[in-house]
Design a protein around this ligand. Structure first.
Ligand code: NAD
Length: 282
């Protein structure tokens, strides 16, 4: 039976540490600005939870909510204002946006030094060059932290990333490469996924396909990180991994919920704090 990786416990530890440091600050507090320009209920929930957690650890949190009439220019002007506001340390553009908005243009407008999600091409480029980005993408950063907290060796291991999105798959693959893993990336056009999963010492699955990964697809003792979140009609959450059966074969496994999810938000607030410190020095 696998060790269950407790993301909630590690995330709480990270947040407690930041809270304690923030309580000792004499000057201004770290400040996070979040822009919400879609009417997706899940995004609204994520944003509310980011706001609540930010405030609970002593940060200032500002949320800018827009309805579907909003124009690209309005959000561009807001980003320019936030870029120039010395009281704002991190800017987060909650994705996805309303369809009529140009996501790339807005991400590229964010000052890379305030790009708390690590999505700006400068930060993506730095990560891929093995340089330190101003901020690292939150979910992948949280995943690497989980692996390290459980002393899981990455050097020379066969790591399979399933999913190639810009927010999870690609950046986590880059981070695993930077940690000296031998990385493969599978996606929706990959043929015979099982051949790949059975070779992997570590699987990071980020597809959003409920229970894609079954017990007969994983190597005994392997490490299974489940990023997927699929909400069923009754409100329960499923991951990409058939947890109940895979946990009998794997060596380590993350649950859904309580695995990667809490680490994403902890990484976001850690990024905000790190950007704050960097901006204090400059
Ligand atoms: P996305 O939809 O942008 O990308 C999904 C990826 O999965 C694509 O690259 C696609 O090629 C691949 N894919 C789809 N079906 C596949 C299949 N059958 N076999 C192999 N690959 C397949 O998704 P995303 O934004 O990266 O998110 C992925 C999942 O992770 C979603 O469920 C999302 O809700 C969840 N997520 C969770 C967190 C968290 O904090 N826990 C953060 C981000 C995303």
């Amino acid at each position: 039976m696998a060790v269950i990786i407790d993301g909630k416990k590690i995330a709480d530890k990270i947040l407690d540490e930041i809270k304690s440091k923030v309580s000792k600050l004499e000057n201004k507090k770290p400040s996070l600005a979040v822009i919400l320009a879609n009417d997706n209920p899940s995004s609204a929930l994520y944003v509310n939870s980011k706001e609540k957690k930010s405030k609970s650890i002593g940060f200032n949190s500002f949320v800018y909510r827009f309805d579907k009439e909003v124009e690209q220019g309005t959000i561009k002007n807001l980003i320019i204002k936030l870029n120039n506001d010395p009281n704002i340390n991190g800017i987060l553009l909650q994705l996805p946006l309303f369809n009529h908005l140009d996501e790339r243009e807005l991400i590229e407008l964010i000052n890379p030094k305030k790009d708390v999600d690590g999505f700006h091409p400068i930060n993506v480029g730095k990560l891929n060059c093995g340089l330190k980005p101003y901020a690292k993408c939150c979910t992948p950063k949280g995943i690497i932290r989980l692996l390290k907290e459980y002393s899981i060796e990455l050097t020379g291991k066969n790591a399979l990333v399933i999913g190639r999105s810009n927010i999870v798959g690609k950046p986590v693959a880059a981070m695993l490469l930077n940690e000296n893993a031998t990385v493969s990336v599978a996606h929706s056009k990959t043929k015979n996924l099982k051949e790949h999963t059975l070779r992997a010492d570590i699987i990071i699955s980020a597809t959003g396909c409920a229970h894609l990964i079954k017990a007969d697809m994983v190597k005994k003792g392997s490490v299974i990180i489940d990023v997927g979140i699929v909400k069923k009609d009754d409100g329960t959450l499923l991951g990409d991994v058939d947890f109940e059966n895979v946990k009998n074969v794997a060596g380590f496994i993350t649950p859904v919920p309580g695995g990667v999810g809490p680490m994403t938000i902890a990484s976001l607030l850690e990024n905000t704090y790190e950007l704050y410190l960097e901006q204090l020095e400059n």
